[in-house]
Design a protein around this ligand. Structure first.
Ligand SMILES: Cc1ncc(COP(=O)(O)O)c(C=O)c1O
Length: 393
């Protein structure tokens, strides 16, 4: 068997139907969507179709979807855009300790501009407590750090796959009139989502996590929300996407995202069922083969394709090397180069040693039982061999 890809949280392959849909827009339909000639008008129809496909996946109106380059940009747009627009109301932001760096670093940048940020802890299960959010919301003097203007909590975690209680958090933010943003990069396109039922004001999502290419994503904003101030644009230019995300629309990428959203709308549940069954089987097989395995985060509130386990007595980097053609990971792809232990695992209460011994596996649409049989065998053999070596950390 060739290589086995178990890193679908880092990125997913482009679906062949998505590739086929975008190809004409690279080859022949290359007019600028902003042009007023016939070719430009024709392109605009395809952009409108893509927006409709994404809106259908989200359960929102077409006017509530903006295209961006991905979730990093959408997160920055939301956090900086709301903070700048609302600073005369307040300068306090709430987020969690297990957010992606695109949220954490955007918040840290605002701290340098005089905002105060509360980084809420999570339980051992990797879930943020809605009660903690309620207690952290400040209603003090306007224009100061005594008043909260934004809560930003991820939909699902990229390392441990835990799914946050978004609906409950929305309710709390609604009651307190605080804007609620969700980093939904690992959530939208991975599990069924209806943004209106969830009730958040803003959500960021990413194409390459849902079988579209890297470099495209989007942003949902609830046009009916009373607590939503306008977002101040963080970029300036030609006025595309309502002036919030100026720049020539990357039409092939937008068409690809639309197609990926359409596929996710119709196939997601079936893929989820298969991934969940395979993941549960993988977990029970590994547990019966290897002693001293511990699951990081809740099994119940978890993405169907995610497994993140601590393998006592090994170094996960060495395990990855031994696994060779089996692509698993030791944390998020973004902090993969850092030698620091995962901030997510540390927030769950793991020691450095336990964090360094943890491995993430992300199953996807093309994962098969035959592949996992190989993974179970190789994983078991490698752990047994590594446990015989003296510890390096
Ligand atoms: C939770 C989360 N947020 C944001 C991002 C950044 O997304 P993008 O690569 O589209 O910028 C990622 C990607 O790893 C992610 O997992």
């Amino acid at each position: 068997m060739g290589s086995i890809y178990l890193d679908h949280h880092a990125t997913t392959p482009v679906d062949s139907r998505v590739l086929a849909a975008m190809k004409p827009f690279l080859e022949t339909h290359y007019a600028n969507a902003g042009s007023s000639h016939l070719a430009g008008r024709r392109i605009r129809k395809h952009v409108a179709t893509a927006r409709e496909q994404v809106a259908n996946l989200l359960g929102c109106g077409v006017g509530e979807v903006l295209f961006t380059s991905g979730a990093t940009e959408s997160n920055n747009m939301a956090i900086h855009g709301v903070a700048r627009r609302s600073q005369c109301q307040g300068k306090h932001i709430i987020t969690s300790q297990i957010e992606h760096s695109a949220v954490l670093f955007a918040c840290q940048a605002l701290e340098k501009e005089g905002f105060e940020v509360t980084y809420l802890p999570v339980g051992k299960d990797g879930i943020v407590s809605p009660g903690d959010i309620k207690a952290a919301i400040r209603t003090g003097e306007e224009g100061t750090t005594d008043r909260t203007v934004l809560v930003s909590i991820m939909g699902a975690n990229n390392e441990i796959g835990t799914i946050q209680p978004i609906k409950e958090i929305s309710k709390i933010c609604n009651e307190a009139s605080v804007v609620f943003h969700v980093d939904a990069a690992q959530y939208i396109g991975k599990i069924p989502v209806n943004v209106k039922e969830l009730g958040a004001d803003l959500m960021s999502f990413s194409g390459h996590k849902m079988y579209a290419p890297k470099g495209v994503g989007g942003f949902y904003f609830n046009s009916a929300s009373k607590r939503m101030p306008c977002i101040q644009p963080i970029m300036h230019g030609g006025g595309q996407e309502g002036g919030l995300r100026p720049g020539t629309l990357p039409v092939p990428m937008v068409v690809a995202l639309g197609k990926a959203a359409q596929i996710a709308s119709s196939e997601q549940e079936q893929h989820n069922d298969k991934e969940r069954q395979l993941r549960d089987w993988l977990w029970s097989s590994l547990r019966s083969n290897i002693e001293g395995l511990k699951l990081n985060g809740s099994i119940e509130h978890r993405l169907p394709g995610n497994l993140n386990i601590c393998v006592s007595g090994i170094d996960a980097e060495l395990l990855m090397l031994r696994l060779g053609n089996i692509a698993v990971s030791t944390g998020s792809a973004c902090s993969g180069k850092s030698s620091a232990p995962s901030h997510v695992l540390k927030a769950l209460g793991l020691s450095d040693k336990e964090a360094y011994a943890s491995v993430r596996m992300g199953l996807g649409r093309s994962t098969t039982k035959e592949q996992l049989e190989v993974v179970i065998k190789e994983f078991t053999d490698s752990v047994q061999k590594l446990r015989k070596l003296p510890s390096l950390r």
